[in-house]
Design a protein around this ligand. Sequence first.
Ligand code: PRP
Ligand code: ZN
Length: 297
Amino acid sequence: MKARDRLRIAMQKSGRLTEPALELLNRCGLSFRQSRDKLFCFGEGEPVDLLLVRDDDIPGLIAQGVCDLGIVGRNVLNEFQLTAGREIAPLAELRPLGFGRCRLSIAVPQELDYHGPQQLEGQRIATSYPGLLGEWLRTHGVAAGVVTLTGSVEIAPKLGTADAICDLVQSGGTLVANQLREAEVLLESEAVLTGPLTLPVDERGDMLELLLKRLDGVIQVRESRLLLLQTSRHTLEAVTRLLPGGPQPTLLQVAGQPDQLMLQALCAGEVSWRQLEEIKKAGAREMFVLPVEKMLA
Ligand code: PRP
Ligand code: ZN
């Protein structure tokens, strides 16, 4: 194969990961000539191009060297690792990307009183993930039939072609609509950046390293929140104890009110309503959660 000097990233052509993946790449300073109905998008500015494909094809394209990187669900990546032949070079999960979160779960009919893996013994389980399901069944010492389907897995129990399913669950809506309920979680998944275990040592490798650094910056800032609140000195300790993880908070004196403090804390992740309510109960007032746009330590 002729050596390429431009980096090529494979991602889902149309689906749940497409929009957030494009947005993430844009934030890393990558933009592409818009030809979304086409397979190939030429990168403007940086020597990085996009290949828009079916998500299940992404690991194979990287393993074959057609692409250097891929944005794909961990479920697809891990399934590929388990089912690809030994002659194929293993891929690495380079970075978790924090979007497209879902679970690969076994679900059973709602009316079934489920109380453990042994109940699946001798049952037929429909899935598009025979590798991951097979591994889980082996780990749990369960002998079940694996029915491999490429789609519409959730209707298999109703059709009588399986007793249970093993599929992705995000909101749980699909399960409810099919009178199924989640029984076991096999894998917590999200979009990841994947690539070969050893990075190329050439211009592409240099670009890849640069891209990883930008990505780390983007992810760090995206997940950071600045929490501002007021508290009186005597509730300060209780309030501080409830703060989400992050560096030490900064305290400022409120002018003219010696007992009142303004607290400023950088939080490593999202701050939920529930957390805010708890902190408020401990004595905080005037609370703000602000997104962080840029950070330079
Ligand atoms: C997945 C999965 C379920 C559904 C679960 O399919 O196969 O059908 O999402 O999501 P929910 O819990 O929010 O209902 P997806 O829409 O990603 O399509 P695909 O599997 O055909 O790519
Ligand atoms: Zn899919």
